[in-house]
Design a protein around this ligand. Structure first.
Ligand code: ATP
Length: 355
């Protein structure tokens, strides 16, 4: 059966990683059809809109979207994929690939997945001048005067909902069960938040996680305050399996996790909702290396394996993953971020040969 993938290649260096990965997927000949919704500047020139209805329709008709990072006007399509499609679970696996340039002395066995809540928290985007809060006359636990009398400044709202938390926590427990089928050790979910300071909002996140955990007695559950957890993650990354957290902590810790195994260029991500999922390497557009054909396409490749898995091509996903691992183990063809001097094209070709 044909599966349709909408491809948005992204900005700066992102297309240099996305294009060869799409070519490699095409070469598998497994019935993948790639369609290209026009978004951003190109769409604006033609239609006056950075995200025209036609592009939206192509995304809606596709089985999934493969998205390169954006720094520009294609951001509107990303907002649609995220809030429009209610993709609430941002899964960022962190796996040590033997041969990669990890800064750790003992990175062997790192294999965890951060599940970042993707729609709520400070990312609801409600910000404004503090003086606008005067009619509410809000006081806080730690301030003497109403918040608008603190001084000239701004506020941002952190929103944590019961429903939003429960679905991402359930997703995490289900993911731990799924991972247990192919992974050594018993499944575990770790929740992390700042519940000692943010007793209402992060306290709710923890309360719901604790409650949901009762439905999954086969999965170990533990929780840590996020600052303590950041230290634990660096010291003993092998101890974790699935780690769930509110949006902002997930944004920060998943990039830090990329550093644990050597580069943002290795960090894949899949963003799942109940009815749609899209797949996007976790790194940005790497503008500083654009046009040089040296961007590491590993993140895009491993992101594509998550996408293949989602589309039902587990076998092919495994094959590509194994090929990537082989190229790293051989160590002869690596991009500069991994201490090598290969180009993106040479790395992809090496993966193709290993396939
Ligand atoms: P954006 O604003 O789009 O997030 P950024 O420059 O803030 O862009 P990244 O694009 O993630 O953030 O880049 C951070 C650093 O990591 C840059 O030096 C970039 O070159 C490097 N980098 C990111 N992705 C890769 C990759 N796939 N291969 C090699 N280097 C990468």
């Amino acid at each position: 059966m044909i599966k349709t993938i909408a491809v948005i290649e992204g900005d700066d260096a992102a297309p240099e990683a996305m294009k060869p990965v799409v070519s490699l997927l095409e070469s598998l000949n497994i019935g993948l059809e790639f369609v290209y919704p026009e978004v951003g500047e190109i769409a604006e020139e033609k239609t006056g809109s950075v995200f025209p209805d036609e592009a939206k329709a192509i995304i809606d008709r596709a089985d999934t979207t493969f998205f390169g990072s954006t720094s520009g006007k294609s951001g509107a399509s990303l907002m649609y994929l995220r809030w429009g499609k209610e993709t609430y679970a941002n899964v960022r696996p962190c796996v040590y690939i033997p041969g990669c340039a990890s800064p750790l002395a003992n990175p062997e066995g790192i294999d965890f997945a951060i599940v970042r809540e993707n729609l709520e928290d400070l990312y609801v985007g409600v910000e404004g001048p503090l003086e606008d809060l005067a009619p509410l006359s809000l006081s806080g636990r730690n301030i003497r005067q109403p918040i608008h009398e603190l001084g000239k400044g701004r506020y941002a709202i952190k929103a944590i909902t019961e429903e939003g938390t429960e679905r991402v926590v359930r997703f995490s427990f289900e993911l731990a069960r799924k991972r247990a089928k192919t992974r050594e050790g018993s499944p575990k979910v770790t929740s992390t938040q700042k519940h000692n300071m943010l007793r209402q909002s992060d306290g709710l996140f923890l309360d719901i996680a604790t409650e949901v955990a009762k439905d999954y007695t086969d999965v170990e559950f533990e929780t840590y305050i996020v600052d303590d957890f950041a230290c634990r993650l660096i010291r003993e990354p092998q101890k974790y399996d699935v780690i769930v957290m509110p949006n902002l902590y997930g944004d920060i810790l998943s990039d830090a996790a990329g550093g644990l195994v050597g580069s943002l260029g290795l960090a894949a991500s899949g963003i799942y909702g109940d009815h749609y999922a899209y797949f996007e390497p976790a790194h940005g557009t790497a503008p500083d290396i654009a046009g040089q054909n040296i961007i590491n396409p590993t993140a895009a490749l491993l992101t594509s394996t998550m996408m293949l898995e989602y589309l039902g091509f587990s076998h092919e996903a495994e094959k590509i993953e194994k090929a990537v691992f082989r190229v790293f183990a051989e160590g002869a063809v690596l991009t500069p971020d991994q201490g090598g001097n290969a180009t993106t094209t040479e790395f992809i070709d090496a993966v193709g040969s290993a396939l």
